[in-house]
Design a protein around this ligand. Structure first.
Ligand code: ATP
Length: 241
């Protein structure tokens, strides 16, 4: 069954068409990466799918519910780790996790257990009592994803999860994301080709609000007659194919 079915999804800001008649299906448990240059429409797509903004036209069904007709039902099944992390800087790791657990209706005891369990899964036990603003960028990103998982979403949106991280922190985070594969449907945006290759089942290349191509890494290489994903991306996004 498809986790996400997108039909002619469009977002206009005045004269600008940020997302232009997007059509796409994503299977349950799939990790789908959206690749595109700055301004291609990736974040706008994620914001519409996670019901943060309304489409101008078109629709998407997430686990069978329409983003136009039933955003409340969708919000129970999804979560997002946004580009600008959702962490409260003056709260500790534990307090951030427990706060979010409380927002999702968990009682004190369950919140405590969720916070401990997620901090273990994301290697945050060593900084559990530390104020979040004092964490490294990599640790903050991990906390942001751990917070997004508190509600046990079936679909998770990761908007540039490793932006600005060093190579080691990025690889650590990849391991955490890989551990979610197959269990949670993930839509990820990134500018890092290596990240796409390491994590994705399939990739969509966006430019000017349009989805230019969808497939596995091998599909995109074959389509562009290239042998590196970066070359395939340049060929697609640059309009050579
Ligand atoms: N609230 C807004 N009002 C007006 N224009 C907007 C708004 N949000 C986004 N845009 C425009 O829509 C287009 C798509 O932006 P979007 O943020 O979706 O791109 P992106 O692919 O996520 O880029 P990046 O890789 O830089 O994050 C851009 O031209 C952007 O300037």
């Amino acid at each position: 069954m498809n986790a996400i079915t997108i039909t002619d999804l469009t977002k206009k800001y005045g004269e600008l068409t940020a997302v232009d008649k997007l059509n796409l299906s994503v299977e349950q448990g799939e990790l789908f990466s959206l690749l595109g240059v700055n301004g291609a429409g990736k974040t706008t797509t994620i914001k519409m799918l996670s019901c943060l903004i309304k489409p101008t036209s078109g629709d998407a069904a997430l686990l069978g519910e329409s983003i136009n007709r039933n955003p409340q039902a969708i919000k129970r099944n999804i979560n997002i780790s946004p580009q600008e992390t959702a962490i409260a800087p003056n709260l500790s790791v534990r307090e951030n996790l427990e706060l979010i657990a409380g927002v999702y209706g968990q009682d004190g005891k369950t919140s405590k257990r969720s916070a401990e369990e997620l901090s273990k899964r994301f290697g945050l036990e060593g900084v559990f009592g530390k104020r979040s603003k004092k964490l490294s960028g990599g640790m903050q990103r991990r906390l942001s994803i751990a917070m997004a998982l508190i509600s046990e979403p079936k679909i998770l949106f990761l908007d540039e999860p490793t932006l600005g991280l060093d190579v080691l922190a990025r690889r650590d985070l990849w391991a955490s994301i890989k551990a979610l594969k197959g269990k949670v449907t993930i839509i990820l945006t990134t500018h890092y080709m290596e990240e796409v290759e390491a994590l994705s089942d399939r990739i969509g290349v966006m430019s000017g609000g349009k989805l230019l191509s969808v497939g596995t890494v091998a599909d995109l290489l074959a389509q562009t007659s290239t042998n590196k994903l970066e070359d395939a991306f340049v060929a697609l996004a640059g309009g050579a194919v």
